[in-house]
Ligand binder design. Structure first.
Ligand SMILES: O=P(O)(O)OC[C@H]1O[C@H](OP(=O)(O)OP(=O)(O)O)[C@H](O)[C@@H]1O
Ligand SMILES: NC(=O)CC[C@H](N)C(=O)O
Ligand SMILES: [Mg+2]
Length: 502
């Protein structure tokens, strides 16, 4: 998924960006980077690892300046091995640009060809983000007529990006000597919001993937960046904005942000993620009541962390006991966004441990936010039985995940999805559960729409196979699976065989 942040401030921003990246760490655990602007130079540092491991005091000291941006990466293109693909990215022309991106382009291969053959630009990694930066840079060069830059030129360049790029992109970029621009793809698939704070020196602006970064750094939430909109903040802190997308483009935010990716304490597209998850629990409860015999269930338990609000609300609605039978080791990261199946599988056991007393002789209903590859649910059902559970039922606050994601979630291969080609009863058998209840897609979407009726559509492709950008067909998915999926499988196999470099 990736988390991005940009700050146009009135005093040094390095610590602020570091702190906000810590608050966005749940969106990407593979690499982190910061670029600041100082005295007409960009300073940049990026490396593999978690924010706390990447930045030492000496790195922080090397990042002076009153404006800057940062990213935490969860790779969906290229590889997690390449530090060149960590962000921010930099190009020196026009003007000098540093750039962070959350999302995934679906036409990056075609764009890379075009950039090389027509625009005469060389792309030096396999990252779609580097492609997007170069499209933006090229269009900025044209719009600015190579000489000077004003907000019209910046907005013109974003309009051109919207015409050329397909897929999901929330972007923040610094343009040397001029200011900071942020924009969101016309469908608004990935989130981006704006905050501000008054200081003695003037107003400071922060742009971030999630409002939790603003709140945690003392900024006030101003608003979401609209889908297709660009925001420009010049060096004096003056803000301008413009809708740069063609009229009539459907707003379809990613439904999976609400299910899993976002932190519950974020406000996204006018919806509290926590409230959305409570609603998911309500709707799921009704489905559980229709599908299982409630008298058979002694206790409801969440799979920490993300399913907690849904599980709690489900138990309350069904008048069932709610207990925490699995305890999470807070020092192990999120397993779904780890690269490679071997490390994910091992991490579930390291991350979650069962309290035997809570399970012994009981019929338990385990609730998770989603079942994707089944890594978590398989292990968890096993652990519940080993802890002495009599019957183990399972409920998922999201529908079966059956299709690859091409917009910023790393699920390139259909066959790795446990619900692909399987009915719920077969998935139940696969994970070893005595019964399995899924949320319906209509209920999932409604649980979000209840909180903001303006959200008429969603990017729900991993559940229904409908890809909003209209450029995804069987051949595309086949190539994605062959290229990215196989590379990942190879790497996972090397890791399982104990190759430390894998
Ligand atoms: O079926 P799977 O492929 O295992 O994927 C789904 C699981 O992965 C996620 O948990 P994760 O550990 O990443 O994060 P969390 O602590 O936020 O729940 C999600 O919450 C599910 O538990
Ligand atoms: N999940 C994301 O937002 C990834 C950003 C970009 N596609 C990358 O792979 O680095
Ligand atoms: Mg989980």
């Amino acid at each position: 998924m990736c988390g991005i942040v940009g700050v146009a401030g009135c005093s040094p921003v390095n610590q602020l960006i570091y702190d906000s990246l810590l608050l966005l760490q749940h969106r990407g655990q593979d690499a982190a980077g910061i670029a600041t602007s100082f005295d007409n130079f960009f300073n940049m540092y990026k490396a593999h690892g978690l924010v706390r491991d990447v930045f030492r005091t000496r790195n922080m000291r090397s990042l002076p300046g009153f404006s800057g941006l940062g990213q935490v990466r969860y790779p969906t293109a290229g590889s997690s091995d390449s530090v060149e693909e960590a962000q921010p990215f930099y190009v020196n022309a026009p003007f000098g640009i540093t750039f962070v991106h959350n999302g995934n382009l679906t036409n990056w291969r075609e764009l890379r060809e075009e950039l090389f053959k027509i625009d005469r630009r060389h792309i030096n990694t396999n990252s779609d983000s580097e492609v997007l930066l170069n499209v933006f840079a090229h269009e900025l060069q044209l719009a600015a007529n190579g000489v000077s830059l004003d907000e019209n030129a910046v907005f013109g360049a974003v309009e051109a990006v919207h015409r050329r790029a397909k897929g999901a992109y929330a972007v923040i970029a610094q343009i040397a000597h001029y200011g900071m621009v942020a924009f969101r793809d016309p469908h608004g698939i990935r989130p981006l919001c704006l905050g501000s704070q008054e200081t003695d020196e003037g107003v400071e602006w922060m742009l971030a993937s999630e409002s939790v970064a603003l709140a945690g750094c003392g900024f006030n939430f101003v608003r979401d960046v609209e889908p297709g909109e660009a925001i420009w903040i010049d060096l004096d802190g003056k803000l301008a904005s413009r809708q740069c997308a063609p009229a009539g483009t459907l707003f379809t935010p990613c439904v999976f942000e609400y299910v899993y990716f976002a932190r519950p304490d974020s406000l996204m597209n006018g919806v509290s993620v926590y409230d959305a998850r409570l609603n998911m629990g309500e709707y799921l409860a009704d489905n559980v009541a229709r599908s299982l015999r409630l008298g058979d269930i002694d206790v409801v338990m969440p799979i920490p962390d993300s399913s907690r609000p849904a599980a709690m609300q489900l138990a309350a609605r069904l008048n069932l006991n709610y207990r925490e039978g699995f305890i999470k080791n807070r020092y192990v990261g999120r397993t779904f966004i780890m690269p490679g199946q071997a490390v994910r599988k091992k991490s579930v056991r390291q991350k979650l441990n069962a309290i035997d007393m809570e399970f012994r002789g009981k019929n338990v209903l385990l609730v998770d936010d989603s079942i994707v590859r089944g890594t978590t649910s398989r292990e968890i059902v096993d652990m519940a039985r080993a802890a002495g559970a009599h019957k183990v039922f399972f409920a998922s606050a999201a529908p079966p995940v059956r299709f690859p994601n091409v917009y910023g979630i790393d699920m390139p291969t259909q066959s790795e999805l446990i619900a692909y080609g399987r009915e719920p009863e077969e998935v139940a058998r696969e994970i070893g559960a005595d019964g399995l209840v899924y949320q319906s897609l209509a209920d999932l979407e409604q649980s979000i729409r209840d909180l903001n009726p303006a959200l008429t559509g969603f990017e729900s492709s991993c559940f229904n196979g409908q890809y909003i950008t209209g450029d995804i067909d069987a051949a595309y998915l086949d190539r994605l699976s062959r290229t990215r999926g196989e590379a990942k499988a190879e790497k996972a196999a090397r890791a399982a065989a104990g190759d430390d470099d894998a």
